[in-house]
Ligand binder design. Structure first.
Ligand SMILES: [Zn+2]
Ligand SMILES: [Zn+2]
Length: 132
């Protein structure tokens, strides 16, 4: 985990963090913008990007790289893995129990101390498989 530096908590940053922490769907910047605009209608996409990049660099949120390099954000900071849908680009948290896969964060791998991990498993999600 990166060192937490000081950041001025502006109303926009507070709302962004609150919206993200209450979302489980790993929104992209424009999805986050829609939610934030319900409370702060004058927020721009550039503001969302700038603040999310800053908060990601300070270790307050996770930034995930989605389809075609599109950024998605995750407010859940404890170590966990993701499934990413190759078709729609959605991210899903991997449940804690998956057959044949250890989910517990190991202390060490090959003599290296493990600080965090985030594996990405490429899937076709059930929403995409269910539709047409
Ligand atoms: Zn999908
Ligand atoms: Zn996640």
């Amino acid at each position: 985990m990166r060192r937490k530096e000081k950041m001025v908590m502006t109303p926009q940053r507070r709302v962004l963090l609150e919206e993200l922490k209450s979302s489980l769907d790993h929104p992209s910047a424009d999805e986050l913008l829609e939610r934030v605009r319900r409370r702060l209608p004058r927020t721009s996409l550039a503001t969302v990007y700038r603040n999310m990049e800053l908060m990601a660099s300070l270790g307050l949120v996770r930034k995930l790289k989605g389809k075609r390099g599109r950024a998605h954000f995750d407010g859940r900071m404890e170590p966990h893995h993701h499934m990413r849908c190759a078709l729609c680009g959605r991210f899903f948290d991997l449940p804690h129990e998956v057959e044949g896969l250890s989910i517990e964060l190991p202390g060490e791998i090959c003599g290296n101390k493990v600080l965090d991990w985030n594996l990405e498993i490429l899937v076709e999600c059930s929403l995409c498989r269910g539709g047409n």
